[in-house]
Design a binder for this molecule. Sequence first.
Ligand code: IPM
Ligand code: MN
Length: 370
Amino acid sequence: MHKIAVIGGDGTGPEVIEEGLKALKAIAELYKISLDVHPMDINGERYLRTGEVLTDQDMAELKTCDAIYLGAIGHPDIQPGILERGILLKLRFDFDQYINYRPVKLYPNVASPIKAASPESIDYVVIRENTGGLYTGIGKFENKGSTDEVATQSMVYSYKQVERCIRFAFETARKRHQTSPWKGLTKDQVHDGKIGKVTLCGKTNVLTYVFDLWERVFNDVAQDFPDIITDYTHVDAVCVHMIERPNVFDVIVTSNMFGDIITDLAAVTQGGMGVAASGNINPQGLSMFEPIGGTAPAFTGKNEINPMAAIGAAHLMLDHLGHPDAASHLEKAKVSVIQQMRSMLAGKMGFKTSEIGNMICDEIYHMAHS
Ligand code: IPM
Ligand code: MN
């Protein structure tokens, strides 16, 4: 039995999560996985009503769950930062979800703004450090409000924080190619019989303290993975490669802030926010899975938003909960429905949000009985 906390959140969050839950229920029935779905009222509306973001009671309830399935958090009437820090980042930090796992995969029939893109050339994972660096909020104002004002925000990393993140990236590279060493790797990614590749994305030429540490830790951890190719690329060059030669990437590991930025760029190359999903992972604790598209206020309540990213978050969650076959079944059903859609963009899909959820359920059933 898996108890899943469901936080629909704000905007289009609840709509896409509803479709994801439909698909999860269909797949769970097929694979005899028992799910206990536990909806929670955590969002901007509640904050406006009660002044609460995350209560002790919420945290206590979440602690009894095996995973969190999250829609989106954000509200146009609430000052930026309150919900982000009070809900999303608090969950990541308090549950020590130190990995942000972001598969970047271009599915067949999905339009990419990159001309030369193909499903073979865009297939990698970004491992973003998820609880440290610039996100900790360490900083201060001096002489605030005057023209002598100075504001500071610090990027702080410890060896241990960096080490656990980089180790996870190497393990991910190994796992991606476990079944067949060459599977999924392009010519550029394979050298000397090694089975996968981890690229450290940093800025060693300017951030000479923090990324010096990252690079030393990277080299230390690499000693334990002689089967994995290692590579270093500055973050600005990573952006160029993502557009011009994404096939050079297999697993990218990077800091919180750089990871935030490059994963949005990566999402665009794989067809946009309608398809990109992520896992906030604590390998020993409570993890949280979310589509990365945000609240999309312009589409709220219209039944026009693309639920594929939420479906993607659902199969990441199934995989994490120890059901790789069910996860891959759901991903295949997703790929098949994508073939029938006109576009991945909200309002242009050729189907309503709820229709797509139903199509996925039909496809899950069809695949099992054909
Ligand atoms: C993301 C989001 C969050 C982040 C925001 C909403 C705080 O952009 O998940 O990438 O910056 O991490
Ligand atoms: Mn972001």
